[in-house]
Every structure is written in structure tokens, then in C-alpha cells.
Design a protein around this ligand. Structure first.
Ligand code: HEC
Length: 261
């Protein structure tokens, strides 16, 4: 009986320990996180991801791929039919010059050779960039392009100085210039931006566009997160149920045994 008591105590402790480990949130590693990054919480609704995907296909995919994800899987995940996807978001063509098949990876039409000549570097695959850079970095980066005539493409970026990428959303955001102040110890601190020319969107609308875009990049970097979280909750519920059963079982076994034996 003593053995049984140990056994049930052990299973109670084990269940509690597993539950505890499962409940501790996994903190992500954010590369290059500086002090000045804006905090951003991605939005995982179908509507936000659809808008983000549209911006990606219209403004980013000309240079960048997202080659870990397929159009068909994306359609399914963000609540679009394959027909909608093909009609509205597939702008790439295959080797025969025909529209890319819906089961293909999200590629780009720009050849690596051309990109190298035009930009000096091949624009990276953006499928996992939310993992390597973090969403705060991406959100701040997309709002940090500014007018700089000294750069070959006329644009610079306060988050990624001397970036090789042009300000591709300039028609939406317009052009801005950074405003710095001296912190008294000779360091230039970024205070904000001054709008030089207006874009098609207001500041709020531009922020919302970037929010959807970065939410989409966040989704690309971890498409299974929703499913994993809901499975995690089910596992936790099961563990708690099992804990309750284990406690009841222990009580049942010990109810006839005198306490001082
Ligand atoms: C005209 C081509 C072009 C377009 C269009 C373009 N980019 Fe880029 N992008 C580049 C190049 C080139 C680089 C590499 C810059 C460097 O390393 O200096 C880059 C780099 C980046 C990086 C940094 C990646 C890293 O980890 O270093 C991010 C993030 C990024 N682009 C996001 C976007 C998004 C989002 C869009 C769409 C709104 C977009 N890009 C559209 C050319 C482009």
C-alpha cells in the first residue's frame, strides 16, 4: 500500500510538473532589437491576413519570394478559395510563361542575376523574416524609410542604415525626413519624422497597412501557431482532468487506511 501511495503521489507530481512546463510561454529570440523599436502585436484574423497578403503580392513579391509557403495553403489558411487566390493574388508565371499553379511555392518573377545587378544583393526570401528579425523590427523598419538623395535609390532607413532596398511603399506613405536632437553628450537621438511629400494614405491608414503586412509576415513565419495553441489548450485540459482523477484515485485507495499506520 505504501508503494501505491508513492506511486499515486508521484503521478500527481508528474502531471503537475508537465502541466507547469507546458504553461510556461516560449519566449522568442528577436535579433537586432534596438531600444527604439516600436512594439507590435500581430493580428491573426482572416481579413487582416488577406489585406496583408494583397500588399505583399502587389508591393513585395516583385523582388522577394516567400518560398516555404504555397499559394493553396495560404488560401486555405486565410479563408480564400483557390479560385479567388488565382484571380487576385497569383501574379507570377512559371517557366513556360503561364500563370503559376496554385499548388506552387510563392516565388518571384525577378531572376537572381537581375536582382544582383540592380541592387547589388539578392532580396532575401521573406518567409521566415519574422523569425529572424522579429515583428517589432519589421513594423518599425517599414515605417522608417526616408528621403536621402545621397543613396543610389534615393532612400535610406533609420532602422537599417544604408539599406539596399528602395522605399517601395513611397506612393502610399509619401516621403519623410528624420528629425534628430542632441542628447547633450554628442549623440544624435531620433525624435520623429517630418513629412516632406504626402502619399496616398493618411498616417493612420499607412500604419494600418503596415500592421496588416507585418501580421502577414508573422503568419508566414509560423503558419501553424493557431492550431498549435488550440492543441496546447486541449492538452492542458486533459492534464487537469487526469490530475483530478489521480487525486480522486489516491483518496479512494487511502480512505480505509488509518492515518497513523
Ligand atoms: C525593388 C525590389 C524590392 C521590393 C519591391 C521590396 N524589397 Fe525588400 N529588399 C530588397 C533588397 C535589395 C533587400 C536587401 C537590402 C540589403 O541587404 O541592404 C531587401 C531587404 C528587405 C528586408 C530585410 C531583410 C533582412 O533580414 O535583412 C525586409 C524585411 C524587406 N526587404 C521587406 C520587404 C517588404 C515587406 C516589401 C514589400 C512591401 C519589400 N521588401 C519589397 C528589395 C526589394
Amino acid at each position: 500500500m505504501k508503494f501505491l501511495n508513492h506511486l499515486t503521489s508521484f503521478s500527481v507530481a508528474a502531471v503537475a510538473a508537465v502541466g507547469f512546463i507546458a504553461a510556461v510561454p516560449q519566449t522568442g529570440y528577436t535579433a537586432g532589437a534596438g531600444a527604439d523599436l516600436e512594439h507590435f502585436s500581430p493580428v491573426r484574423t482572416d481579413r487582416a491576413l488577406q489585406r496583408g497578403a494583397r500588399t505583399f503580392m502587389n508591393y513585395c513579391q516583385g523582388c522577394h519570394t516567400a518560398e516555404y509557403q504555397r499559394y493553396s495553403r495560404l488560401a486555405e489558411d486565410i479563408g480564400l478559395s483557390e479560385k479567388d487566390m488565382l484571380e487576385n493574388m497569383v501574379f507570377t508565371t512559371d517557366a513556360n510563361g503561364e500563370q503559376t499553379k496554385v499548388g506552387s511555392l510563392i516565388g518571384t518573377n525577378m531572376s537572381k542575376e537581375y536582382a544582383k545587378t540592380a541592387f547589388g544583393v539578392v532580396p532575401p526570401n521573406l518567409a521566415l523574416v519574422s523569425r529572424s528579425r522579429g515583428v517589432d523590427w519589421l513594423y518599425t523598419y517599414m515605417k522608417a524609410f526616408y528621403l536621402d538623395e545621397s543613396r543610389p535609390l534615393g532612400a535610406n532607413n533609420t532602422v537599417y542604415p544604408n539599406v539596399g532596398m528602395p522605399h517601395v511603399l513611397a506612393d502610399l506613405q509619401g516621403w519623410q525626413k528624420p528629425v534628430y536632437h542632441d542628447d547633450g553628450e554628442g549623440h544624435q537621438v531620433l525624435e520623429g519624422y517630418q513629412q516632406v511629400t504626402a502619399g496616398k494614405l493618411s498616417k493612420q491608414e499607412y500604419d494600418a497597412t503596415v500592421s496588416d503586412l507585418v501580421s502577414f509576415l508573422d503568419y508566414l513565419g509560423d503558419p501553424n501557431r493557431e492550431a498549435r495553441h488550440s492543441l496546447g489548450i486541449k492538452v492542458m485540459l486533459f492534464l487537469f482532468l487526469f490530475l483530478a482523477l489521480a487525486i480522486l484515485l489516491k483518496k479512494e485507495y487511502w480512505k480505509d487506511v488509518p492515518h497513523n499506520s
